[in-house]
Write a protein that binds this ligand. Structure first.
Ligand code: OAD
Length: 235
C-alpha cells in the first residue's frame, strides 16, 4: 500500500448502508436481504453442502444486481479524500462500488461478489465480472468454484490488516453499518485513541465509544464531511 508519512491517515469503514442509495438492499433494514431470505439457507457452509445450486443462484443474482448498480455521491466523496489524505477503505460490502468510484486502497472483509474461489485452494480466485458461477465450473486444480463470500461461521478476511490501519488512523469515518456482525464490528475497538471519529448511519445495534453519531443518509452528509476534512487542512 502507498503510504505518505507526511499526511494524515484516514480509514473509512463501510457497510451495506453506503450502497443502499445505489439500489443495493441492506441486510437488516425493512426489505433487507435477511428479511427476505433465510441466512442459513443461502449463506452458510451447510447450505453449500446440502443445496449448492440454491446458493449459486442466490449469489448469481446478487452479482448481476451489484454490477448493474452505480457508485453514489457517498462513494465518490470517499474517493475525493485521496486528494488530501492517505485513505484506506475497509468494507464489509461484497460489491465493488468503492473501486468503481475510484478508491485505490480497498480492503474487503467479507469477500467480493465478482470473484469465484476454488473450493480446494482459497488462493485460487477468478474474476467473473457479472457472469454466473455454474455447477461444474472448476478451478485449475479441478475442483468446483464457489462464490468468494465469507459465509456465516467462516473466517473473516484481512482482519489483522484492517486492525493495523485502524490503529494508525488519524481520522475514522464509519458509514452505513448496523455494527451487528462480528468479528467485523470488533475492529472498531482497534480505532486509534487520538483519532477523530464519526459514524454516519440511519441506525445502529450499538453506539461505539468515542464516535460522534450522525443519524442521516450517507449521500446527504458524507460529501459535506469530506469537504470539511479537506478544508480543515487549510491548503
Ligand atoms: P446491515 O443491513 O446490518 O446494516 C445497514 C445499516 O445501514 C443499518 O444500520 C441502516 O440503518 C444503515 N443505512 C441504511 N440506509 C442507509 C443510508 N442510505 N445511509 C446511511 N446508513 C444507512 O448491514 P451491515 O452492517 O453492512 O455479511 O451488515 C454486516 C454484514 O452482515 C454484511 O457484510 C453481510 C451481512 O450478513 C455477509 O454477508 C458475510
Amino acid at each position: 500500500m502507498n503510504i505518505d508519512q507526511n499526511i494524515e491517515n484516514i480509514v473509512v469503514f463501510t457497510g451495506a448502508g453506503v450502497s443502499a442509495e445505489s439500489g443495493i438492499p441492506t441486510f437488516r433494514d425493512m426489505g433487507g436481504l435477511w428479511n427476505t431470505y433465510n441466512i442459513e439457507e443461502v449463506a452458510s457452509p451447510e447450505a453449500w453442502n446440502t443445496h449448492p445450486q440454491r446458493v449459486l443462484d442466490f449469489y448469481n443474482e446478487r452479482r448481476l444486481k451489484a454490477l448493474a448498480a452505480e457508485p453514489n455521491d457517498a462513494h465518490r466523496a470517499i474517493q475525493l479524500l485521496e486528494e488530501a489524505f492517505n485513505v484506506v477503505v475497509i468494507t464489509q460490502n461484497v460489491d465493488d462500488l468503492h473501486e468503481r468510484a475510484g478508491s485505490t486502497q480497498v480492503i474487503h472483509l467479507h469477500g467480493k461478489l465478482r470473484n469465484a474461489r476454488s473450493t480446494v485452494d482459497a488462493k485460487l480466485i477468478y474474476d467473473f465480472g457479472s457472469r454466473p458461477i455454474n455447477w461444474g465450473d472448476q478451478c485449475t486444480k479441478g475442483s468446483q468454484l464457489r462464490p468468494d463470500i465469507v459465509w456465516f461461521g467462516e473466517e473473516i478476511q484481512n482482519f489483522n490488516l484492517a486492525a493495523y490501519h485502524l490503529l494508525k488512523a488519524h481520522r475514522i469515518l464509519v458509514i452505513g453499518t448496523s455494527l451487528s456482525v462480528y468479528p467485523a464490528a470488533w475492529l472498531l475497538d482497534f480505532a486509534n485513541n487520538h483519532a477523530k471519529k464519526i459514524i454516519v448511519s440511519m441506525d445502529l445495534a450499538q453506539e461505539p465509544d468515542e464516535f460522534k453519531w450522525i443519524r442521516a443518509k450517507a449521500t446527504e452528509v458524507v460529501p459535506g464531511i469530506v469537504s470539511e476534512w479537506i478544508n480543515s487542512l487549510g491548503r
